[in-house]
Design a protein around this ligand. Structure first.
Ligand SMILES: Nc1nc2c(ncn2[C@@H]2O[C@H](COP(=O)(O)OP(=O)(O)OP(=O)(O)O)[C@@H](O)[C@H]2O)c(=O)[nH]1
Ligand SMILES: [Mg+2]
Length: 634
């Protein structure tokens, strides 16, 4: 593991924690202010805790035996002085394997039995059902035990062919697979469906998650990998090997699972050591490697700069033996550099951008509020200073003027009550478009449309209907939100114009991302249905699985849209209400204090001292807020 990588990951983790602390400080600050609703504080606490738990996911995807596991060993585990994860000729890693570190649990290997494929629950749900997993404790101080335990990742078992067909693990129509059938009617299938390795490695502890995947066969049969896990990885490394070049199945994986889906991806041409030839000069060897890399770039339609040439095996051996020259020759450093200086900073910037945009807009509002409160207090102080030493009549005049202002404010506020009622009713209506019941009804319709027609054609129309209906609801909700916003805006402008309440800009409810996600799922289905492999064969099982995977993703998008709408409703209404209420309180307090002064002129100086103290506290809060804002931007 290079210094660059370790440093960058540690730095990222430290900045993430600092940002989370600044957000928690801000939540505490808000908590101290009177009149601010608890919703915001809670939401900020959520943001801070998800920041603390954020994971940077790097996935390794390729056909079997291209050296994914060897590369993971070389990049992340070379300092163990051995090959930690099993890597061997032929099919080795039998199930998708996630490596991460969770400080709350003891180091362990958790394995999900392959039979769970029969179950309806998605992988995402099964993750939260510990009872379904087999757990093996890992001892990080005992390399032999580690290596032995991790061999489980390569386990297979015999399964009756009928079951294997039902689970989509074996295809009797495929000539290349037919020979796997044994005389006793069984075929060999992976023993596990998914593996999670919780291991206290410094990079994993700092928030890195690595996903090792098996070759094409396993990728294709687990739609959730294609639809969710791989697309959600922050970077995908696609491996090729010099001894095979770009084969048809490499290309299939690239097109189906990487190119279209992954956010950020590069190709890694591995096993360059196989081209090292002592009878050739370095320049000649280099030229051969370069030709292969260019060819790979051309076939994958990638810029040459996104194709990396390495020897994972030599990199691992060099690190174990401490052979610096071999390590350089292996090319591994360019990949470490890529992770350290591109992948990690890109994730960091994205996270910062998203979080600080949200938190900063709240913070700006707090600043405006604070300035308004400061101004009101100093206005009152000025007025009282002017009144001190004046007669009762003058004070009576001020009180009458203030009473007039308050009456006029009350009139505006009571007009606003009607708007508020209407907007609240619309808000409930809006949530009903996105409710759990609406979702269940849509899913039920979708399933009914498909029942009895588990064909690719049925699937296309089923998913089209599902995503169409969800999109429609999301659109209706957005339109309603726009109307509500207009009504609120107009009402609030009156407060601003007539009563000088600070300006406020409530953001629009933007659900575009979720509609796009639904559109993308429809496109995904069309691609799946056009794929000859899925058309020709009897693939009811696969279609069911695929539908379940898609419906799960669609559900997720819809649920997220609802959460966003709920959040929006709070930020649209609550701050406005708070401001209106606060201003009323302010007018009431001032009136009451003038009244007291009229009753007893001696209280004037006492009130002035009180306001001075208030101003002092507000100034202090302002400094604290400025400090938090600074922490949020570094
Ligand atoms: N010569 C050479 N062999 C390599 C290199 N990288 C990996 N190998 C070998 O290739 C074989 C496959 O490597 P793995 O790491 O198991 O490949 P994989 O992509 O994880 O394969 P699956 O787990 O089956 O999907 C092993 O025997 C490795 O030792 C390399 O850079 N050079
Ligand atoms: Mg492997």
């Amino acid at each position: 593991m290079s210094i660059h990588l370790e440093q960058e990951v540690a730095d990222f983790s430290e900045r993430r924690m600092r940002l989370a602390t600044a957000i928690t400080d801000y939540a505490d600050w808000l908590d101290r202010q009177h009149g601010i609703d608890a919703e915001r504080t809670l939401r900020l606490a959520d943001t801070a805790s998800s920041l603390r738990q954020d994971k940077l996911v790097v996935a390794f995807v390729a056909e079997f035996s291209r050296g994914k596991t060897e590369l993971i060993n070389a990049l992340f585990f070379a300092d163990h002085g051995q090959r930690l994860l099993p890597s061997d000729a032929g099919r080795t890693t039998m199930c998708p394997t996630e490596l991460f570190s969770s400080p709350d649990d003891a180091p362990s290997l958790s394995l999900l039995p392959i039979e769970t494929r029969r179950r309806e629950e998605s992988l995402a749900r099964l993750r939260h059902m510990p009872i379904e997993w087999c757990r093996v404790s890992l001892d990080p101080t005992d390399p032999r035990q580690l290596q032995e335990s991790l061999k489980k990742l390569t386990e297979t078992k015999a399964m009756p062919a009928v079951d294997a067909i039902e689970l989509g693990l074996w295809n009797s129509d495929d000539a290349s697979e037919r020979h796997q059938l044994r005389p006793d009617g069984t075929v060999e299938v992976p023993a596990w469906r998914y593996a999670m390795v919780n291991y206290p490695h410094p990079l994993l502890q700092a928030g890195l998650t690595i996903l090792d995947t098996p070759g094409l066969n396993a990728l294709g049969t687990e739609p959730e990998l294609t639809l969710s896990v791989i697309p959600n990885a922050h970077a995908v490394m696609f491996l090729l090997a010099t001894d095979t070049g770009v084969t048809r199945s490499d290309l299939e994986i690239w097109q189906k699972h990487v190119h279209r889906h992954a956010n950020y991806h590069v190709a890694v041409l591995n096993k360059i050591d196989m081209l090292w030839d002592e009878l050739k000069s370095d320049a000649e060897v280099q030229a051969t490697i370069e030709r292969q890399a260019e060819e790979a770039a051309r076939v994958l339609k990638l810029p040459r700069s996104r194709v990396f040439t390495v020897s994972a095996q030599k990199a691992l051996a060099a690190s174990i033996r401490g052979d610096g020259a071999l390590r350089v020759r292996s090319g591994i450093e360019s990949l470490e550099y890529l992770l350290a200086h591109q992948v990690i900073p890109a994730r960091r910037d994205m996270l910062y951008h998203a979080v600080s945009r949200e938190v900063m807009s709240l913070l700006d509002e707090s600043r405006l509020d604070l300035s308004a409160r400061l101004k009101r207090s100093s206005d009152e102080l000025i007025q009282l200073t002017q009144l001190s030493g004046k007669n009762r009549e003058m004070i009576e005049q001020s009180r009458a003027a203030l009473q007039k202002e308050k009456d006029s404010y009350d009139a505006t506020a009571s007009q606003f009550r009607a708007t508020r009622k209407m907007v609240q009713a619309q808000g409930e209506h809006l949530l009903s478009y996105l409710s759990e019941d609406t979702l269940s009804a849509i899913c039920k319709n979708g399933r009914e449309a498909l029942e009895g027609s588990w064909t690719t054609r049925g699937l296309t129309s089923g998913i089209r209907q599902l995503s169409g209906q969800m999109s429609e609801r999301i659109m209706q909700a957005s339109q309603l939100a726009d109307n509500m916003l207009d009504a609120l805006d107009q009402a609030y402008i009156r407060f601003h114009r007539l009563h000088r309440l600070p300006k406020m800009q409530v953001p629009r409810l933007d659900l575009g991302a979720y509609r796009n996600r639904l559109d993308a799922l429809s496109r995904e289905t069309e691609a799946f249905c056009k794929d000859p492999a899925n058309l020709l064969l009897e693939k009811r099982f696969m279609i069911r699985r695929f539908y379940a995977g898609l419906a799960e993703e669609a559900r997720k998008a819809f649920n997220l849209a609802r959460m966003e709408a709920e959040r929006w409703l709070r930020i649209a209404l609550d701050p406005i209400m708070t401001r209106i209420r606060e201003h009323k309180q302010y007018l009431d307090t001032r009136l009451a204090s003038l009244q007291r002064i009229l009753e007893n002129m001696g209280t004037l100086h006492g009130r002035m001292a009180q306001i001075k103290q208030e101003i002092g506290t507000l100034r202090h809060e302002k400094t604290e807020l400025a400090r938090i804002a600074e922490q949020l931007t570094v």
